[in-house]
Design a protein. Sequence first.
Length: 495
Amino acid sequence: MKNKILLLLLSLILACDLMAQWHPGAKININNIKTTLYGTGDFMRYRGGSKWDHGYFVPSTGEAGTIYQNNLWIGGLDTNDSLHVAAVRFYQIGEDFWSGPLRVTDASTDIYGVMDYHHVWKVTRAEIEALIANPGGEIPEDILTWPANGNVDAGYAENLAPFVDVDGDGIYNPHNGDYPDILGDMALYCIYNDNYNYYNENVVLHGSSGGGSLGVEIHCMLYGFNAPDDLILNNTLFMRQWIYNRSSNDYYDVYLGYFTDFDIGDSEDDYLGCNVENGYYYGYNSSNFDEVYGNNIPAQIVMILGGPTMDADGLDNPKYDSEGNQIVDESINGLGFGDGIIDNERLGMTQFKYQYAYDVVYYSYYEMYNEMKGLWKSGNAMQYGGNGGSTGVGPECKFIFPYDSDPYNWGTNGIIPNGGLNQNGNYWSAETSNMIINDDHKCLASSGPFTFESGSVEIIDRAYVTCWFTNGFYRDEMDEWATYIKNYFLNNLNK
Ligand SMILES: [Ca+2]
Ligand SMILES: [Ca+2]
Ligand SMILES: [Ca+2]
Ligand SMILES: [Ca+2]
């Protein structure tokens, strides 16, 4: 009994310490970008230390950056119609995610599970090549401790982080030549979950969203290439996330949200927009001068290269109709449509909205879920034009500020927008709306809906492209960068 109380006390102290201290992090700095990935799969300024230590810095050598906060949301209904949401905007009010995997038996974990994975692993291609060239040489710490195999006896999955099994025995042993199976020339890796409560009944689950946990275990790899001769690749980072449903629930009407607070240098003069056809959203400066960047100001793109798998219907869903016309649906920016392979279709970006700057702190979980569905937090539909709400002209829409990127009017369900918009060069953007410039708006893109079955995994691929312009800001030039990265992904990195 005494031991049990001691253990409980120790756990509470550790848990409080965990809540109080900043998450573990590691820096990626392989090309023109330098940023810190935290153990809960996000990058953000101010998560401990000075803001100058942890921003998304482009160029990597300076103190000017483009992203303040970026992370992944998830929400869906169980078969009793209860809503489960794991989502963080900022960290003023609590946490929804903790380090470590979940047991495959009941999606639980404990303080030891959390502490054992309270780390972000950092591995380079050069380290791996050096080991291959010199077997028996000194093994770098993060390759030695690479979290490839979970503790099966304690109920966790056998296979966690990907590795190359050189000796073919199914077990990760770097002394036998096995090594991490990373993407890119440098990769950061972490494992986190949304269901840490085992020893701590008094710790409120999901202190950020207030939503019920899903029991998801997320593996995150942030990677980049050392490509000094390739301007675009050298200004890009990629992220792959594996989202495991370790719970016994099948979830439906599930959405993934990609929350981003862009700060293009000075945060008080930025705009937002999205590109429907190519599946990305972006932040850019509202003028040709920025207090931090001066006159040479990049735009920051976030691409949804491959989202969740669409629910199986036994078909290779087509992209074009029998006359060769683009079908107005998810095939516009999804993957695997009309490629001859049945049910490999993946959603791309299916919604994009901005969040009013003054909605800074509290979002309830159902407001977050509304936003992931492409609604305002109130549950009202977005309206095409104006501010997307009260000054919009309609009809209802799923993408705010698409400019000329939605020629098929997918965002308005095929209906031509009112007020002459999206016709004859009359495009909807932050510039043409009455969006207030000098408020620091946030934004949310999302992918859904889809069904997330118990025991299944979804793999999500994104790219962060920092686009430099010859002069000023041009969407055509930005789209060339995005298209280049999309093709690079499809040709080299697609799973
Ligand atoms: Ca092995
Ligand atoms: Ca700015
Ligand atoms: Ca297909
Ligand atoms: Ca299908």
